[in-house]
Design a protein. Structure first.
Length: 194
């Protein structure tokens, strides 16, 4: 096994609507937000975790390639030519097709936009009020969900490794196109909850 090449995809993620990627909450405060967004521990700015983007890319590519059954479970154990397993990794020790090819870094708020928002004193998040209704007893269940605001820009970086595993890297080179397809699928679908 030999590392032949490292490709890097960089870009900008623009929110076309509010984005909620939850941070979880240890305690509930009276009058507080039920569902806060994940924020950087140093800057306090919202960000898009690389693991969230990577997971969404993998999930949509699995659906696109027909690798899931009607219950959303993987149909079979990955084989040596399995695109998703080679790109995103797998737990099948028998495959021996090398490490995960992709690294998706956390997408932090664009620095230039951070400066503009700070100068104009614009909040990076908003609270969206939602309500679910129990259909049997007509009881309302209101909740507050924090979202990163529409229009925010996040810096994207994805790293992809090409290995020679007795194929001169041909499978990994071919699978790079599937990686780009997975990223396009996220663009056409959605990210986050709510």
């Amino acid at each position: 096994m030999k590392l032949l090449e490292i490709k890097k995809i960089t870009g900008t993620v623009e929110l076309l609507s509010g984005l909620h990627i939850g941070a979880g909450k240890d305690e509930i405060e009276i009058g507080g937000v039920d569902m806060p967004v994940i924020k950087d521990s140093v800057s306090g700015e919202p960000y898009i975790p690389g693991s969230s983007l990577k997971g969404k890319m993998r999930s949509l590519l699995e659906w696109k390639l027909g690798e899931l059954d009607s219950n959303g479970q993987i149909k079979q154990k990955p084989n040596e030519n399995d695109v998703v397993a080679r790109i995103f990794g797998n737990t099948n020790k028998e495959l021996k097709k090398g490490p995960t090819r992709i690294i998706v870094r956390d997408a932090l708020l664009n620095r230039e936009q951070q400066k503009t928002l700070a100068m104009e004193a614009i909040s990076r998040t908003e609270v969206k009020y939602e309500n679910t209704i129990n259909r049997l007893i007509s009881e309302a269940n209101p909740r507050q969900q924090e979202r990163a605001i529409s229009g925010l820009l996040f810096d994207l970086e994805i790293v992809y490794k090409i290995f020679d595993i007795s194929d001169n890297g041909e499978n990994d080179k071919k699978n790079f196109e599937f990686l780009k397809q997975a990223l396009k699928l996220v663009e056409l679908d959605a990210l986050g909850g709510g």
